[in-house]
Design a protein around this ligand. Structure first.
Ligand SMILES: CC(C)[C@H](C(=O)O)[C@@H](O)C(=O)O
Ligand code: SF4
Length: 486
């Protein structure tokens, strides 16, 4: 399989067009198979990644239609959503997950698709393992039956989240029929303050522009502040393009991207890598390229962010208070904010700093990578979790878990009173056995704070790993920048 994946990187460079174009245009055009009569584009999918909750029906459909998997060698499967995260778990640990996990194993075997299941060292959240294993490469197009496929945009790849019927289409044809996304750019200017992370940049952006801003768009994140972000932070940023309403998000590849890709299990090596890197580094937006929408964000004014409501756009800096719904100009927004405060059990004017929490969750495809765990551990080192808090670390992949253990992070978390669990989606979506009790308040590093997301009547606030770590210790939401050094 490694050879097949490596060969994919040898694709010819995009045909140079006369008109100035964006990095998105260049990658899209390199994948264009044909323009369909209905106005959509048919694009080639370099990698197709499967997760258990959206693939079973797709395989059923394929069987009913009597079709085969077109390119099993460009497809991989993992088990992440419904898996138990209890240490030492297997497919049967979460009884509710047995059927879907079993179906994935049977389907993968029947079609010759490699499965990185619960017992595999390569298992993990689909959007974490793509970059980690070199399945997602700069300039590639990756599809997955999961909305946050946009994560891989951090490498300069097009990550397209699709529904179950499209999973079936990709399995059968290795192509995707889709309306070409519009170009949108968000440029980040100014210096980012210490204690402010990629998670804060994207939460702030969603708050400023709204969850509908990116509709139908491919968002390019640009600017000096983005160039300075390590690749894992770019993955966090692109992950939440979905909460900005976009189809995908991306950061143009640079030397940091190439360095990240080097030595990944399925990435090209040797002269194939050198040749691919030349192509990747040419994937830049031309100076005069046109964007349907352009926004600029001033990073110097961004504080660590915390959500107060039930949409990711309900967000404010840690030094702010819960807003008065009456303060919103738009009538619909006023109504939604009032409903959100009722659900969250919050009063207008209450400071976000100081809100007591019951659960602290560090993990997910947004913030479950090694650098996220390192940032959290740096805050926790030598301290204890407040007795009123249940604190969990759920690494984004088995490889992240092992890498963290190799540098002793598990000991830091355990000594502080955190649970150190096996890899999976866990409390991000609570379709396994991990839940937040009704009415309880959780500060989480994940990407969605919808009603009931972490269990019936659960209350979710979103923040960065360092902020969640600091809150777990304090027992309440605090400003990580003001915490005394350990
Ligand atoms: C289960 C899956 C379809 C879903 C998604 O696509 O987003 C999940 O990953 C989520 O985050 O809610
Ligand atoms: S971690 Fe959360 S957002 Fe990411 S794929 Fe899993 S459920 Fe979806």
């Amino acid at each position: 399989m490694a050879t097949a994946f490596a060969a994919m990187a040898d694709r010819p460079p995009a045909a140079t067009t006369a008109a100035p174009s964006t990095v998105f245009d260049k990658i899209w055009d390199a994948h264009l198979v044909k323009r369909l009569d209905d106005g959509r584009d048919l694009v080639f999918v370099d990698r197709h990644v499967l997760q258990e909750t959206t693939s079973a029906q797709a395989f059923d459909g394929l069987a009913r239609a009597g079709r085969a998997v077109r390119h099993a060698e460009l497809t991989v499967a993992t088990q992440d959503h419904i898996v138990s995260t209890a240490p030492g778990r297997d497919e049967a640990t979460n009884p509710a997950g047995r059927e879907l996990l079993g179906l994935m194993r049977t389907n993968a075997r029947a079609h010759g698709i490699p499965l990185f299941g619960v017992d595999d060292r390569r298992q993990g959240i689909v959007h974490v393992i793509g970059p980690e294993l070199g399945l997602a490469l700069p300039g590639s197009l990756l599809a997955c039956g999961d909305s946050h496929t946009s994560t891989v945009g951090g490498l300069g790849a097009l990550g397209i989240g699709v529904g179950t019927s499209e999973v079936e289409h990709v399995l059968a044809t290795q192509t995707l029929a889709m309306t070409r996304p519009r170009n949108m750019r968000v440029t980040f200017e100014g210096a980012v303050e210490p204690g402010v992370t990629a998670k804060d940049l994207i939460l702030h952006t969603i708050g400023a522009l709204g969850t509908a801003a990116g509709q139908g768009s491919a968002v390019e994140y640009a600017g000096a502040a983005i160039r300075r972000l390590p690749v894992e932070a770019r993955l966090t940023l692109c992950n939440m393009s979905i909460e900005l309403g976009a189809r995908l998000g991306l950061v143009a590849p640079d030397e940091a991207t190439v360095a990240y890709v080097r030595n990944r299990e399925f990435a090209p090596t040797g002269s194939a890598l050198a040749e691919a890197a030349r192509y990747w580094l040419g994937l830049r937006t031309d100076a005069d390229a046109m964007f349907g929408q352009e926004f600029t964000i001033d990073c110097s004014r961004i504080a660590p962010q915390v959500t107060w409501g039930t949409s990711p756009q309900d967000v404010a800096g840690i030094d702010a208070a819960v807003p008065d719904p009456a303060s919103f100009a738009d009538a619909k927004r006023r109504e939604l904010a009032a409903a959100a405060l009722r659900y969250m059990g919050l009063e207008p004017g209450t400071r976000l700093a100081g809100l007591p929490i019951d659960v602290a969750f560090i993990g997910s495809c947004t913030n479950g990578r090694l650098s996220d765990l390192e940032a959290a551990a740096a805050v926790i080192q030598g301290r204890r979790v407040a007795p009123t808090v249940r604190a969990l670390v759920v690494p984004g992949s088995t490889a992240v878990k092992r890498a963290a253990e190799a540098i002793g992070l598990d000991r830091v978390f355990r000594a502080a009173g955190f649970e150190w669990r096996d890899a999976g989606c866990s409390l991000c979506v609570s379709v396994n056995e991990d839940t937040v009790p009704p009415g309880a308040r959780c500060l989480a590093t994940s990407n969605r704070n919808f009603e009931n997301r972490q269990g019936p009547r659960s209350r979710t606030h979103l923040a960065s790993p360092a902020m969640v770590a600091a809150a777990a210790i304090a027992g309440r939401i605090v400003d990580v920048r003001r915490e005394p050094a350990p």
